[in-house]
Design a protein around this ligand. Structure first.
Ligand code: ATP
Ligand code: MG
Length: 586
């Protein structure tokens, strides 16, 4: 890493490392495609910085979600574009909520998204000693004090947006007393919550964050990295800016809720006289039909609404991965949404559009029948099997073809037959002829019904041997092509179909007295235990992705066993985003 960190930043005058040729070159060529990139170009031009160094700073208290992906693509993407670096830093200042399980999962997800922090994985907890020393420095400068108010009292004294706060009765302790008390706080002499260290700024400041914010609290909790070494822990506000400074971060890109904290971060940096990063805020990603806060996602997991953090209905990276999303589709989505200064909600159909575009080009197409209905071809010789050539992906001829077995008894989709076809229904019906994909024309002659229920259990037809390959030599046309599988060759699989977790675009749109959980969709998962799949899917590896013709994109779930595959539907083929765009004429 960075010369920066090793030089130690307690020194006031840190010499900035020389910007690389690549950085200069990138800055000259870079396009200011958004306000963040424009600000960076400006900083390089004016010489405020001569290099670009960003970081992605997750708190290891949950799994990453698609909102984090936006921040990851932004931070790692900007570093790449400007020939700079991006660190991974765990903001692990809150021992009561954090866990190593999350650390490992976060690393895996970032790697999977296609980004690399090289050897620069850091932890805010690695800086606890340095932060402690800096806190003593502020005490010695008369800029921090030990306060005995309880958390409730601190809140009460803080005032409101319209009223100034009141000064703590402990505010004017001497430097000696403060130093002594702070050292004894560290030594574990006082009970949890009994004292805090606070910055001495201004209790009448219009920005509430500047009203003597708490820097340390006493918490006896085992930290996932420092164990029981500490019983005082820095607040996020005291740790974050200094951690950026220690790592020589030039551009500290964060979400809008930290805009009001920026003056505080700048105050700390100035009082300590250390390297000053520039903080730039952007709007968080919100998605329709989705909750994004880690607290809520954890609730969904703990309350058993979903099967885990990686349930394919979750907006987590691991959930999307299991659902069949590709890293490229997620990166494409993050690029398309761009960055802005204003909170908004992105239509989830855009995310679905991105995965469809990717899979349309890259996923092989196969035939599968989710709700099987037997189709018997009465004039096809008993026991005969033919292999028909099927194109794997018409979008990409290099993906080649495969041989699909055809025989007397097939399965078709229940939906593809109607005994009494409604208007505009062109698929199979008594007397009607359709094309079997990659195969022959078949004409329905009669049906067999269950004598008890009256339900159609077999559709009988005849085929025209002249139509092999899907065209009639006499030029007659059919209005529909349906998919099928050969009954004696197909394999069975469990298929899981998903709908949104919430029934409303805004999960918070609830009648008074109810919370967001009132909008949970009771039908977000439908399991089809015995779908029929073409033979070629036997042994498909976990994670492999396919288009099931006419049904959507599917991928193999880790729950699969050698006996039975399990598929998740990633998305259907219906592209609502493309439709919206067409309507808007763009
Ligand atoms: P949550 O509110 O879901 O708990 P968080 O902000 O507390 O999220 P962190 O682990 O602190 O989660 O986030 C790491 C980084 O990801 C931060 O820089 C944060 O700003 C960014 N981030 C988190 N959520 C979003 C989002 N929805 N859109 C864009 N960036 C986000
Ligand atoms: Mg956070």
């Amino acid at each position: 890493m960075a010369e920066f960190k090793e030089n130690g930043l307690s020194e006031t005058n840190v010499t900035k490392p020389q910007g690389s040729e690549k950085t200069r070159c990138c800055a000259e060529n870079a396009q200011g495609t958004d306000f963040i990139r424009e600000a960076i170009i400006e900083d390089l031009r004016t010489g405020r910085y001569d290099r670009v160094h960003t970081r992605f700073p997750p708190e290891p208290n949950g799994y990453l979600h698609i909102g984090h992906a936006k921040s990851i693509c932004l931070n790692f993407g900007i570093a790449q574009e400007f020939g700079g670096k991006c660190n991974l830093r765990f903001d692990d200042t809150n021992p009561t909520k954090e866990d190593v399980e999350y650390v490992e999962a976060i690393k895996e997800d970032i790697r999977w998204l296609g980004f690399d922090w090289e050897d620069r994985c850091y932890y805010a907890s690695d800086y606890f000693e340095q932060l402690y020393q800096w806190a003593e420095e502020l005490i010695k400068k008369g800029k921090a004090y030990v306060c005995d108010l309880s958390p409730d009292e601190v809140r009460e004294y803080r005032g409101t947006l319209t009223e100034p706060g009141r000064e703590s009765p402990y505010r004017n302790r001497s430097v000696e007393e403060n130093l002594d008390l702070f050292r004894r706080m560290r030594a574990g002499e006082f009970p949890d919550g009994s004292r805090t260290l606070r910055a001495k700024i201004d209790m009448a400041h219009p920005n509430l964050n500047m009203r003597d914010p708490v820097m340390y609290r006493i918490i006896r909790a085992t930290h996932h990295r420092t164990g029981d070494k500490w019983c005082i822990y820095p607040t996020y506000d005291w740790a974050h800016g200094q951690s950026d400074s220690i790592e020589g971060i030039t551009h500290s890109i964060c979400t809008l809720e930290f805009e009001n904290h920026r003056p505080l971060y700048e105050w700390f940096i100035k009082e300590l006289g250390i390297f000053a990063p520039r903080q730039i805020e952007f709007a968080r990603l919100n998605l329709t039909y989705t909750v994004m806060s880690k607290r809520r996602l954890l609730q969904l997991v703990q309350e058993g609404v979903v099967r885990g953090w990686d349930d394919p209905r979750m907006p987590t990276i691991c959930g999307l991965r299991r659902r069949g999303y590709t890293p490229a589709a997620i990166r494409d989505f993050c690029q398309r949404i761009g960055v802005s200064k204003y909170d908004g909600v992105v239509d989830i159909s855009l995310l679905e559009h991105c995965i469809r575009e990717d899979l349309n080009k890259h996923a092989p197409r196969v035939m599968a029948v989710l709700r099987p209905l037997k189709l018997v071809i009465d004039n096809y010789p008993e026991g005969q099997v033919e292999y028909l050539e099927a194109v794997n992906n018409p979008e990409d001829p290099s993906m080649g073809t495969r041989q699909v077995p055809f025989s007397k008894v097939l399965y078709i989709e229940q939906d593809d037959f109607r005994e009494v076809p409604p208007p505009k229904y062109y698929r199979l019906a008594p007397g009607r002829e359709v094309r079997l994909r990659w195969g022959y024309f078949v004409r329905c002659t009669h049906v067999v019904k269950d004598p008890q229920t009256g339900e159609v259990i077999e559709v009988h037809c005849t085929y025209d041997p002249e139509t092999r390959g899907g065209n009639a030599p006499d030029g007659r046309k059919v209005k529909a092509t349906i998919h099928w599988v050969s009954a004696m060759h197909c394999i069975e699989a469990e298929v899981r179909l998903y709908d949104y977790l919430f029934t409303k675009p805004d999960p918070d749109d609830v009648p008074e007295g109810l919370d967001w959980r009132a909008n949970l969709n009771p039908n977000s998962l439908e399991i089809i235990p015995n779908a029929k799949l073409e033979q070629s899917l036997a042994g498909a590896p976990v994670g492999s992705r396919y288009q099931f013709e006419r049904l959507g994109y599917f991928c193999v779930d880790p729950d699969s066993t050698p006996e039975k595959l399990v598929f998740n539907r990633t998305v259907t083929l219906k592209d609502t985003w493309a439709k919206i765009q067409q309507k808007m004429g763009s």
